[in-house]
Design a protein around this ligand. Structure first.
Ligand code: FAD
Length: 574
C-alpha cells in the first residue's frame, strides 16, 4: 500500500514543469551559486502555493461526480478523482446500446477529456475505493487492473458519488443467471446474448422446445429501464431480426414481469395505461403482480402476488432491472459514522454527510434527510416576531416566509401543490374565512398554519437528473467556499450560525420520458403535462442530443440514429 504524498506531488510538479528539473540540475552541478539559488527558489514558491491548496477527492465518474467536476471552477483546489471507470457514461441511452440503435462508444466520454481544459488541477486514478476513514481523512483504494495494488489518498474534502449497485433482493439464482442493465459492459453483454440466442435457435440439430426456450426473453422489472429495454428489444426483433432469421421468427417471445399491479408506477396514470395497452398490441407478454422467487440457468420461477400460485418460465435470456441497493463500501462507511439503521447514506440539505464534517455525498448513493419545519417551529416564530410581541402579524409572517421557503423546500411545494398564492391562503386553511391581513397569530396558530407542510417531504428519485443537479450545486458551493468562509452568514437570515452558509439544495424537476418503442415516447413534463406519441419521440431525440456531455458524443449519437434509420441495426456477433 502506498500513500500519495509530498514526494509524489514534488515529482509530478517536476514532470509537469521541466524547468524545475533544470534548476535542480544547475544547483547540483554548481554546488549552489547565485543562479542556482534564484532558480531553486521557484519550486518552493510554487510548491508552497500548491501545498496550501485544499485537496478534494471525488469518488466516482458517473452523473454526480462528472457534473461536480464540470462545474468546479475555483482553482484553489487540488482535485483527485478515483473511479474504476475512466469515462462518463450517458446511462439513459444504455437501453439503445443493448440492441445497437446506438453504439457503446457513442455514449461515453473519457473523464480526462472532460477535465482537460479546466483551470483546476485535476488528477484521475483508475481504482476503486474500498474503505473511507473519516476520522483520519483518508480513502483506501485498490487498482482495478491489479487487485493487490493498494494505495491511500488523503483529503481535505471528500465527495462521495459512487452510485449504487443492482438490487437482487437476495433472490436465489439472480446473480449467477441474469444479466443486468447498469453499465456499458452490461449493455454490450445483452447485445451479444440476444444475437447468440438467435444463432443458437437457428441451428439445425436443436429441438423445437429448446428453440422456443432460446427465443424467450424475460425482462424483470417494470420501471422505466425495464420497459424501455423491452420496447427496444421488440423493435430490434420486429424491424431487423425477423428479416434475418425468417425460420424462427414465429417463436420469439418477450415477457415483462412486474411485482406490482402496473408498470411505470412513477408516471402519470395515462402513461401507464397507454404503455400497457401498447405492449399488449405489440405482443409483449406483460405479467403484473408477478414476483420472481428463483432463477435457474434455464427457468424463472414466479409467484402470483394475489393467488400465491407458483409457475415457471423457460428462458434464453433474462435481464434483471428491479432497482438499486447501497454498495458495500458505503454500507461500511455508514456503520463507521453511526448511520446504522438506514438503507442509504443520509446527508443534510447541503449534501453534507450527517455525522461528518468535510464529507459530501450525492447521486444514487445518498439521500437528503430533509429537516422538518415542526422541529424548528418555535425558533422560526421567535425570529419572525420582530417586535417581540409574542404574536405574529401577517406582515411579519410574510417577511419570514421567503426564508422559511428557502430553508424548508417542502413549504413552497405545499403552497404550489395546494395552489396557494401566499400567506392568507395558508391562514385561511387553518383559521377558515376569519383569516385576514390584520390577524395576529399566536404560536399555536402559527404551528397550525404550518402543520401540514412536512407531509410534502419526499425522497428524491434516484435519477441522472437529481445526480447532475446535485453535482453542479455542490460545485457552486465549492466555488464560493472562500467567500462564504469569510462571511459565514448565508441567505437563511433567521439562522445566523452553523452550517447555513449556502442555500440548501433544491431539486428542479424538468420532466421525464418513457420510450415505448415504434418511434413513440411518453413524456411527463413539469405541471403534469403529458404527451404521448411520435411528437414526443422527436422531443426525446432533441433533449437527449442536447444533454450529451460533448460535441463528440452528440455527433456520434445523432449519426447512429441516422444510420439506424437508413440501414437498420447491426446484428453481427462481435
Ligand atoms: P453513477 O452514474 O452510477 O456513477 C457512479 C460512479 O461511481 C461510476 O463512475 C462508478 O464507476 C463509480 N464507482 C463505483 N464504485 C466505486 C468505488 N468503490 N470507488 C470509486 N468509484 C466507484 N436517470 C434519468 O434521470 N433518466 C433516464 O432516462 C435514466 N435512464 C437510465 C437507464 C439505465 C439503463 C440506467 C442504469 C439508469 C438510468 N437512469 C436514468 C438513472 C441514472 O443513470 C442514475 O440515477 C445516475 O447514474 C446516478 O448517478 P450517480 O453519479 O449517483 O451514479
Amino acid at each position: 500500500m502506498r500513500t500519495i504524498n509530498l514526494y509524489e506531488r514534488f515529482s509530478r510538479r517536476f514532470r509537469e514543469r521541466p524547468y524545475l528539473s533544470v534548476a535542480l540540475f544547475v544547483t547540483s552541478v554548481s554546488g549552489g551559486g547565485l543562479v542556482a539559488y534564484s532558480e531553486a527558489n521557484k519550486p518552493d514558491e510554487l510548491l508552497a502555493a500548491d501545498i496550501k491548496k485544499k485537496r478534494v477527492v471525488v469518488l466516482g465518474t458517473g452523473w454526480a461526480g462528472t457534473s461536480f467536476l464540470r462545474n468546479l471552477k475555483n482553482p484553489s483546489y487540488d482535485v483527485q478523482v478515483i473511479s474504476p471507470r475512466n469515462y462518463f457514461a450517458f446511462t439513459p441511452l444504455l437501453p439503445s446500446v443493448t440492441v445497437g440503435t446506438v453504439e457503446a462508444r457513442s455514449v461515453v466520454e473519457p473523464i480526462r477529456n472532460i477535465v482537460r481544459k479546466k483551470n483546476v488541477n485535476v488528477d484521475y486514478f483508475e481504482a476503486e475505493c474500498f474503505k473511507i476513514d473519516a476520522q483520519n481523512k483518508k480513502v483506501y483504494c485498490r487498482s482495478t487492473k491489479n487487485q493487490e495494488e493498494e494505495f491511500v489518498v488523503d483529503y481535505d474534502y471528500l465527495v462521495v458519488a459512487m452510485g449504487a449497485r443492482v438490487n437482487t433482493f437476495n433472490t436465489p439464482g439472480v446473480e449467477e443467471n441474469c444479466l443486468y442493465l447498469k453499465e456499458v459492459e452490461d449493455a454490450q453483454k445483452i447485445r451479444r446474448k440476444v444475437i447468440d440466442c438467435f444463432e443458437k435457435a437457428n441451428l439445425p440439430n436443436i429441438s423445437d422446445e429448446e428453440r422456443k426456450r432460446m427465443l424467450q426473453f424475460v425482462v424483470v422489472g417494470g420501471g422505466p429501464t425495464g420497459v424501455e429495454f423491452a420496447a427496444e428489444l421488440h423493435d430490434f426483433v420486429s424491424e431487423d431480426l425477423v428479416k434475418l432469421y425468417p425460420a424462427v421468427k414465429g417463436l420469439v417471445k418477450i415477457s415483462l414481469l412486474e411485482a406490482t399491479d402496473h408498470i411505470l408506477n412513477m408516471f402519470d396514470k395515462r402513461i401507464t395505461t397507454f404503455a400497457e395497452e401498447k405492449f399488449h398490441r405489440d405482443g409483449i407478454d406483460l405479467k403484473t403482480g408477478s414476483m420472481v422467487v428463483k432463477v435457474t440457468d434455464k427457468e424463472i420461477s414466479t409467484k402470483e402476488r394475489k393467488s400465491g400460485e407458483v409457475s415457471t418460465i423457460p428462458y434464453g435470456m433474462a435481464v434483471w432491472s428491479t432497482g438499486i441497493a447501497t454498495r458495500p463500501v458505503v454500507m461500511d462507511f455508514m456503520k463507521q459514522i453511526g448511520q446504522v439503521n438506514r438503507r442509504v447514506l443520509a446527508t443534510d440539505e447541503w449534501l453534507r454527510v450527517e455525522g461528518t464534517n468535510n464529507i459530501y455525498a450525492l447521486g444514487d448513493c445518498a439521500t437528503i434527510n430533509q429537516r422538518k419545519v415542526m422541529e424548528d417551529i418555535s425558533a422560526i416564530f421567535k425570529k419572525a416576531d420582530q417586535d417581540n410581541s409574542g404574536t405574529l402579524t401577517v406582515k411579519e409572517f410574510q417577511g419570514a416566509l421567503n426564508d422559511i421557503c428557502d430553508r424548508y423546500p417542502q413549504v413552497s411545494l405545499y403552497l404550489k401543490n395546494k395552489n396557494m398564492s401566499g400567506i392568507v391562503d395558508l391562514l385561511k386553511e387553518s383559521k377558515g374565512d376569519a383569516a385576514k391581513e390584520s390577524a395576529a397569530l399566536s404560536i399555536e396558530e402559527f404551528k397550525k398554519a404550518l402543520s401540514q407542510v412536512d407531509s410534502q417531504m419526499k425522497n428524491l428519485p434516484a435519477t441522472a437528473q437529481v445526480a447532475a443537479q446535485q453535482g453542479s450545486y455542490l460545485a457552486d458551493c465549492f466555488n464560493r467556499m472562500d467567500e462564504c468562509e469569510k462571511k459565514p452568514e448565508g441567505p437563511i437570515r433567521f439562522r445566523e450560525s452553523g452550517r447555513h452558509r449556502f442555500r440548501p439544495f433544491r431539486y428542479k424537476h424538468l420532466g421525464q420520458f418513457a420510450p415505448l418503442g415504434g418511434e413513440q415516447t411518453a413524456a411527463q413534463l413539469p405541471g403534469d403535462w403529458v404527451s404521448i406519441g411520435h411528437s414526443s419521440q422527436w422531443l426525446w431525440y432533441s433533449v437527449y442530443a442536447s444533454k450529451q456531455v460533448s460535441w463528440r458524443t452528440r455527433s456520434l449519437v445523432v449519426s447512429d440514429w441516422i444510420r439506424r434509420f437508413i440501414f437498420g441495426r447491426d446484428s453481427s456477433q462481435i
